[in-house]
Design a protein around this ligand. Structure first.
Ligand code: NA7
Length: 544
């Protein structure tokens, strides 16, 4: 054990999704530390445990959206589709938990209710909702960025006599809506996936849309055996290439500027990326579309054009075509036959921007203009993203300082990993890290590896307290903001900006410098003796 003060565990890990599972493996099996994991759900999986709504699917290719830490694991696991659906990803994470025997150190059905730093003893006291209290030298948050669904914001939800389903907390087996009239609110990535599936079975589906989205084709298909064999033969190089890409996928075709080429050439590039599917239009077309409004207009026009081609009724197409914000400044959804759904007789689109929802009723809902009736109400209204899951943990740092208080005007971190006044608290894929725009499993591995190296560095020197320095944090926050202000993102209301939650501080919570730049910065921090972090001896040892 690395600890001086006696603690129950060296490390407490919160969450058992991609982050928590890898953290338990890393700290227990590679560092030899004593580890205790806590997970609110009954099983592993994190976001892939809770989001079982019809159509739930990853939109990064599964050969890339998967762990790279074990060569055996990545060789033996076979993805059935190019973009895996939720059940397959959940099976994968269960396989990982079994294969590395991770479950025995994770306590399920147990939500952490508070984590309080004890400055005299230099350890964390972690309390669960079941009343257990444990102490640990280090706490690792693996709670993710999208694990707190937004609460329904409408009056009258309790009076609705039908069924209410929340996509972000959807454990029901139910995916078939035969004979049912369904109403759904929300047309983000989730709503778009769910609508495309539910429209196949529902007797009638009413989609309540506030803001239209720039959805582009996913182009899912069965896995191509030859392609997979090629990747598996070169997995190390493929992963290295992924890690050296902004998004963490080994795309190679980005051109510098949409404005440097002819309209014809641009159209050819957009067509190619559109047909290739996934994030390729967004991240592998032109490098300036998130920075330059004129460049962005070219792709925004292209996507709008595609919507008009696909939707038969021009009035409906007009409602579906985003015009008020640039392409990609909200997280772009990926779709499979989404726009065609609106050509079906059983589907209706209702614009709730011009006529907002006033209340949910016993039989449906009422907008400022009309009444709608349905049997099932589905809320695909998003998450209290990025900070919500961390603030839910009841974290209190040095001198009784609450994280909620410190972050009242937006998150403040150093490298998206730690925050001053909260020693030995590590946030895997925390705010102001590149994770949200970086292939999440790789972002997670990078962070857990960084944390493991930091803990090893401390223990080799007889130290066991690490804390982000205020100056380094201030610089990091200012730097992240400066980068975001060069992009088009801050002009649009999105969960990236905290702007989807009434009353939440509106500030860009992402590091937009890209994963490769970020990795270089982290390497430099380590090479310079954990520059920006204060490293200290155990308090007990100092006192003695
Ligand atoms: P998003 O992207 O936040 O989308 C939520 C949707 O719900 C969006 O269309 C919202 O409209 C709509 N919404 C939310 N609250 C309301 C209210 N009060 N009234 C009407 N409409 C509302 O969440 P998702 O779950 O789709 O996706 C989250 C991430 O998960 C996604 O980006 C991927 O990374 C995976 P708005 O745009 O706010 O007008």
């Amino acid at each position: 054990s690395t600890t001086t003060a006696v603690t129950d565990y060296d490390v407490v890990v919160v969450g058992a999704g991609f982050a928590g599972l890898y953290a338990v493996y890393k700290f227990r099996d590679q560092l030899g530390l004593s580890v205790r994991g806590f997970e609110a759900a009954a099983g592993v999986g994190g976001t892939w445990y809770w989001n079982r709504y019809p159509g739930a699917r990853c939109d990064i290719e599964s050969v890339h959206y998967s762990y790279s830490f074990s060569e055996e694991l990545q060789q033996e696991w076979v993805w059935s589709e190019r973009f895996a659906a939720q059940p397959e990803i959940l099976r994968y994470l269960n396989h990982v938990a079994d294969r590395f025997d991770l479950r025995r150190d994770i306590t399920f059905n147990t939500r952490v209710s508070s984590m309080v730093w004890d400055d005299a003893e230099s350890f964390w006291r972690v309390t669960t909702e079941s009343g257990e209290v444990v102490t640990a030298k280090y706490v690792i948050s693996g709670v993710g960025n999208l694990s707190v669904p937004k609460k329904p914001e409408f009056d009258g939800v309790d009076s609705f006599r039908g069924q209410v389903l929340l996509t972000g907390n959807w454990l029901e087996e139910q995916t078939d809506f035969t004979g049912k009239r369904v109403g759904i609110v929300g047309t983000g990535s989730t709503g778009i996936q769910a609508i495309s599936e539910i429209a196949k079975t529902a007797a009638h589906l009413t989609v309540f849309q506030r803001t239209p989205n720039y959805a582009t084709p996913l182009k899912n298909a069965a896995s191509d055996a030859a392609e997979v064999a090629e990747i598996k033969a070169n997995y190390k190089q493929v992963r290295d290439a992924a890690r050296n890409h902004f998004l963490g996928v080994p795309y190679t075709q980005v051109q510098p500027s949409a404005l440097a080429v002819s309209a014809q050439e641009r159209r050819r590039t957009f067509d190619e990326r559109w047909n290739a599917g996934g994030f390729q239009l967004f991240i592998d077309s032109y490098g300036d579309i998130l920075f330059d409004k004129a460049a962005n207009d070219t792709v925004a026009d292209y996507v709008r054009g595609r919507i008009f081609e696909r939707v038969t009724d021009p009035a409906v197409a007009e409602l579906l075509a985003p015009r008020d914000y640039p392409y990609g400044t909200k997280r772009p959804p990926m779709e499979t036959n989404y726009y065609e759904v609106y050509n079906q007789e059983n589907v209706a689109l209702v614009d709730i921007k011009s006529a907002p929802i006033e209340t949910i009723t016993e039989t449906g809902l009422r907008t400022s203009e009309s009444e709608y009736e349905f049997d099932v109400l589905i809320l695909a209204t998003g998450f209290d993203a990025i900070t919500g899951p961390l603030l839910n943990l009841g974290i209190v740092g040095r001198n009784g300082r609450a994280l909620a208080d410190k972050w009242a005007h937006g998150p403040r971190t150093y490298l998206g990993l730690m925050t001053n006044e909260f020693p030995n608290l590590f946030m895997v894929t925390g705010p102001q890290s590149p994770s949200v725009l970086y292939n999440m499993p790789l972002a997670i591995e990078d962070h857990v590896d960084f944390i493991a190296d930091a803990i090893t560095h401390l223990s080799e020197r007889g130290l066991d307290v690490i804390e982000a320095e205020l100056e380094a944090e201030d610089e990091w926050v200012a730097g992240a903001l400066a980068i975001s202000s060069q992009t088009l993102l801050p002009g649009t209301d999105s969960w990236w900006m905290g702007a989807n939650i009434p009353g939440k501080t509106r500030v860009c919570m992402l590091y937009l410098g890209g994963a490769p730049t970020y990795r270089a910065i982290c390497d430099d921090v380590v090479a310079n003796g954990y520059k920006g972090f204060a490293l200290a001896a155990p308090a007990a040892a100092v006192a003695r």
